[in-house]
Design a binder for this molecule. Structure first.
Ligand SMILES: C[S@@+](CC[C@H](N)C(=O)[O-])C[C@H]1O[C@@H](n2cnc3c(N)ncnc32)[C@H](O)[C@@H]1O
Length: 381
């Protein structure tokens, strides 16, 4: 096997399942919970939480809360067979979020006593938007959610609450990727959610940016049928086939995004879709795509050196059965992405979903790599 020395991925893999920013209560205790593990030999033992007050530029020396990382999470362990610590990677930490907190910092402490910053949660925006978040929450409460069986088909877990609570932060997260790529929302008047499933993200766009024309398509009629019957009529859903074309007119969209969709298609199918996206995107329009990068490839091919070698040599590899389902996966290096999306300029690359090299607590697609691409074919500059 070839030795790959300069791995680029972030070895700390985590998700804050709760409290999502729009649900955070100021001047109260909030239970922060999630999971975290190190993709390697180190073991995460503790989470320490520090506060930085409005009146100070430095965070406090002592943690305001601490918790062991030891809650059993077989659901996570199943995805990472080589990491024994993932079996008990869950944590819950109760934190009093006072009115005067500017920032919360979450550190991980390893078994060897070393520690590092996991992520920071700025409080200013949450404080400013608290009444707006209240309105979004009550609107969201009036919208039907799919049942656990349908949620499982798109999210790989049947947790309906997590599905519902992910809607607002996921759209905010997509907006952050666009903004960090220099894309302004006022450039987007129509968007397509390709592989929209039950319309999870379109539900959020309709609440947050209702002026945008919203379209969603999927090849799974069970998912799409639920969305058509339960979500606002304003969102236009279309069933497509495994391969193109889509029934939209040329140059119709300012933005097409694909969240965990190409991750489940063969390279041939991806290529034909890219060609159809070029047809329906406006020149100068944007494509946001999430892909399994190096971290996922090493995890999947841990016992299959030839496939991992091929991933590095070709820049891509696929595994599994039933294209289009979660049982089939594809993997991409950054180099391969520039070949696949020929005619596009990469204006944003967010490895493992990080923004400005900082970890993001709530990501639309876990630790996938996120690309924002501008369709430049035939466009000057
Ligand atoms: C992992 S799920 C993600 C769903 C949704 N994007 C979300 O984030 O909630 C992948 C979705 O892609 C859809 N899909 C897979 N292949 C497709 C294709 N060729 N055309 C349209 N949708 C496809 C699946 O049916 C499924 O809804």
């Amino acid at each position: 096997m070839i030795e790959y020395s300069n791995k680029q991925y972030d070895p700390i893999v985590f998700l804050m399942e709760s409290v999502k920013p729009h649900l955070l209560e100021i001047d109260q205790y909030n239970l922060f919970s999630g999971w975290v593990f190190f993709f390697g030999k180190k073991v995460v033992k503790l989470i320490n939480v520090y506060e930085c007050c409005i009146s100070s530029t430095e965070r406090g020396l002592d943690p305001i809360a601490t918790a062991e990382v030891n809650i059993r999470r077989q659901d996570i362990a199943d995805f990472v067979p080589t990491i024994p610590a993932a079996k008990k990677c869950g944590f819950e930490v109760d934190v009093f979020v006072g009115k005067n907190i500017k920032k919360l910092s979450f550190d991980v402490v390893f078994e060897d006593g070393s520690s590092e910053l996991l992520f920071e949660q700025e409080m200013d925006e949450i404080r400013e938007k608290s009444s707006y978040f209240g309105i979004l929450r009550s609107r969201l409460d009036k919208i039907n959610m799919p049942d656990g069986d349908l949620v499982y088909l798109t999210q790989g877990s049947a947790n309906v609450d997590e599905y519902k609570n992910s809607i607002i932060p996921s759209v905010m997260n997509i907006c952050d990727y666009l903004s960090a790529s220099g894309v302004h929302l006022n450039e987007i008047s129509s968007l397509l959610d390709f592989g929209c499933g039950t319309g999870r993200l379109l539900t959020g766009w309709n609440l947050i940016e209702p002026q945008i024309e919203l379209f969603g398509c999927d090849f799974n009629m069970e998912l799409l049928g639920w969305a058509e019957n339960n979500l606002p009529d304003k969102i236009c859903f279309t069933k497509n086939e495994l391969i193109p074309p889509l029934p939209y007119r040329s140059g119709q969209f300012d933005l097409i995004y694909l969240i965990s969709v190409f991750t489940h298609l063969t390279l041939e199918t991806q290529q034909v879709w890219v060609n159809d996206f070029k047809r329906i995107l406006k020149k100068g329009g944007y494509l946001l795509v999430t892909l399994h990068g190096e971290l996922y490839a090493i995890n999947c091919f841990y016992d299959n050196d030839p496939m991992l070698d091929r991933f590095y040599e070709k820049g891509t590899e696929c595994a599994g059965e039933k294209e289009g389902s979660n049982q089939f996966s594809s993997f991409h290096t950054k180099e391969y992405v520039s070949q696949l999306f020929d005619g596009f300029e990469c204006v944003g690359y967010f490895q493992n979903g990080r923004i400005n090299d900082g970890r993001v607590p709530f990501k639309v697609s876990s630790a996938q790599d996120v690309y924002v691409l501008r369709y430049t074919d035939g466009v000057n500059g």
